[in-house]
Ligand binder design. Structure first.
Ligand code: BDR
Ligand code: CA
Length: 313
């Protein structure tokens, strides 16, 4: 079978970086048509640069990288330097990229890709706030019926929130964009905190990355080490959740994950619960299902896959 064509939309972010590395390490399953950067964990000037750093780390400097929206649809940008460091990729010592940023705006690249490729042959993987995707849908509503699937990291039900008591970061930063995506009618698969908080980089798992003894393995261990300090202090957990790689792992080994097809509605009105993913897990409303909302992960299988694949780069 030929590899699935994907656009990765991202705000790197150490965990975004690992998600991208996993995609690059899996060319039999995934063909990365382009990387579109969005403002999120850190401002756009860092996220687009970080995306290029990751391409070069993976030995894929020919991958087109596009800069997208530098702020959410209708509110000021909220960032997360307190988790990811000033650059978003703090931890490893990686060189500045030499590959050029594409001139085209990320939103136009997304629109053109979906218009030019045969219907439902390209999927998109949002790993950050949904601003670029929503902007593309607003500018070109015709692409909605052409998207094969959106597979994204964002939201929470049982774990509720990480940026506020009620909301997960990616959705909270641009709830209006999330609302557009969740109402788009596009096939949607969601990796919420309920899954990613089970994908913890324990000391043993971090050691396994480092033992690869390659540029990619050591950089991954350094990135997850950095990320970990914050999460261990905050949650008292045995390691940092590796959020975004759950998306690319799902595309490679979907059987590692399970969830329910349910209705998920985004809170855009209440300041108290802004950005909450109101997930009808128990199917107590008549609202139609619009997303496959994951809940379980085979964490050992996930880390085995990740380590083995990163070893190929
Ligand atoms: C999400 O927010 C970011 O900090 C991570 O990169 C991930 O995409 C987790 O809430
Ligand atoms: Ca991210």
């Amino acid at each position: 079978m030929s590899p699935r064509k994907v656009i990765i939309d991202t705000d790197p972010g150490q965990d975004d970086a690992v998600a991208i590395l996993l995609a690059f390490a899996s060319p039999d399953e995934l063909e990365v048509l382009g990387i579109t950067a969005v403002a999120g964990n850190v401002p756009l000037a860092f996220t687009e640069k970080n995306a290029r750093i990751v391409c070069e780390l993976a030995g894929k400097p020919d991958t087109p990288v596009f800069a997208g929206c530098d702020h959410p649809l209708s509110r000021p940008l909220v960032t997360a330097e307190y988790v990811h460091g000033k650059t978003g990729l703090d931890g490893p010592n990686l060189p500045d990229p030499t590959m050029a940023l594409q001139e085209k705006h990320a939103v136009d690249f997304i629109i053109e890709t979906f218009r030019n490729k045969p219907e439902k042959t390209v999927s998109i993987c949002p790993l950050g706030p949904l601003t670029n995707i929503a902007s593309a849908l607003l500018k070109a509503p015709d692409i909605a019926s052409r998207v094969e699937e959106i597979i994204m990291m964002g939201g929470a039900y049982f774990e509720v929130g990480n940026i506020t008591p009620a909301a997960e970061f990616n959705i909270y930063v641009d709830p209006e964009a999330a609302d557009i995506v969740f109402n788009s009618g596009i096939k949607l698969t969601v990796m919420p905190l309920d899954v990613t908080h089970k994908a913890l980089v324990t000391a043993d798992r971090n050691d396994a990355f480092r033992r690869l003894d390659t540029k990619v393995g050591i950089a991954t261990a350094d990135m997850t080490d950095f990320f970990e300090r914050f999460d261990k202090e905050k949650y008292g957990s045995s390691g940092a959740p590796l959020h975004d790689p759950c998306v690319t792992a799902y595309l490679i080994r979907p059987e590692l994950f399970s969830g329910r097809k349910i209705n998920v509605t985004i809170e855009t009105g209440s300041e108290l619960t802004m950005g909450m993913t109101v997930a009808d897990w128990w199917r107590v409303t008549e609202r139609p299902a619009n997303a496959t909302f994951m809940n379980e992960i085979d964490a050992d299988g996930f880390f085995a896959l990740l380590t083995e694949r990163l070893g190929r780069l």
